[in-house]
Design a protein around this ligand. Structure first.
Ligand code: CU
Length: 300
């Protein structure tokens, strides 16, 4: 009877959580894969295998935390009633209970092992570095990012946050440009391909973070660190510098745009030929294709 009741409660709780989570599933405008949404709960949409694993791990740990919290609260409530002065006027003198002491040592260890196993798996995945299809170098400076593509024509460009006027221009041409996130030049990558990002900095420590790609790595002057991702879907993945790096720390966003192979090839060729206008045109066309004009909703 009691077991049935506990089973039913667990099931009801599980259903309630999944209904709640699906209700808050961010409704992204077309063309955006990794972008914040007003009123969003939970993590930004997962757009790469590593980000998906991070989400799974986060869900597991959250469930464990909720279960422990409910259990401890229940115990406290029980103790307050059962052992109050009124209900238990003559306290017992018991000081040891071997079974209980072994249990409250062993069970937490088992819970930690339950967390450690998927945690190590995730760590191994993050540092597995499958063979790259594209290598990009990202350099953090106060307060913008520069990128180079050493194996695709060895060109370089800076990526700066758009001002409100520049955003307006973009929006007028039909391309979404969310405030504090849109940049003048996107990091263009082929969709579904393994991209290695070599990260460094010129002045102070920055951090190259794109949440929905599961990438977050310090950019340290004089050192090269690295991260990798494989974008699941075509579209834009926004990120930000995630190391306090000075007064404009909040204004050096990262825009990764995943495009089809042929668009990537055309774009790298135009960039290598220093045809920046042509490259912009290619991305502009791909963007409109990916997003349609419905994405203007996210421009505010
Ligand atoms: Cu920074």
């Amino acid at each position: 009877m009691v077991r049935n009741f506990v089973g039913a409660c667990t099931l009801a709780f599980g259903v309630a959580v999944s209904v709640l989570l699906s209700a808050f599933e961010p409704a992204l405008a077309e063309g955006f894969v990794g972008a914040p949404v007003d009123g969003q709960l939970g993590l930004m949409t997962a757009g790469s295998p590593v980000a998906e694993s991070i989400h799974e791990f986060y869900d597991l740990v959250t469930l464990i935390i909720v279960a422990i919290t409910l259990f401890v609260m229940g115990l406290l409530g029980y103790v307050m009633v059962r052992f109050s002065e009124k209900n238990n006027p003559t306290p017992s003198k018991v000081t040891h209970n071997t079974v209980l002491e072994v249990a409250w040592t062993v069970i937490p260890i088992l819970i930690l092992v339950l967390i450690a196993v998927p945690s190590f798996k995730l760590l191994f995945l993050q540092y597995s570095y499958p063979k790259p299809d594209v290598v990009i170098k990202a350099t953090g400076s106060q307060w913008y990012w520069s990128y180079s593509y050493p194996d695709n024509g060895d060109f370089e460009f800076d990526s700066l946050m758009l001002s409100d006027e520049e955003r307006k221009e973009r929006i007028d041409s039909g391309i979404a440009a969310p405030r504090l996130l849109a940049t003048d030049n996107d990091v263009v990558v082929p969709v579904g391909k393994v991209v290695h990002v070599l990260v460094t900095a010129t002045d102070v420590i920055h951090n190259w973070t794109v949440q929905s790609l599961g990438s977050k790595i310090d950019a340290v002057p004089g050192r090269t660190t690295s991260t990798w991702f494989k974008a699941n879907k075509e579209g834009v993945y926004y990120g930000q510098c995630s190391e306090l790096c000075g007064k404009d720390h909040a204004f050096m966003p990262i825009t990764v745009r995943a495009v089809k192979d042929d668009v990537f090839a055309a774009w790298t060729k135009a960039m290598a030929d220093e045809d920046e206008e042509g490259a912009m045109e290619i991305i502009h066309k791909a963007t409109l294709e990916q997003a349609g004009r419905s994405n203007v909703a996210l421009n505010d």
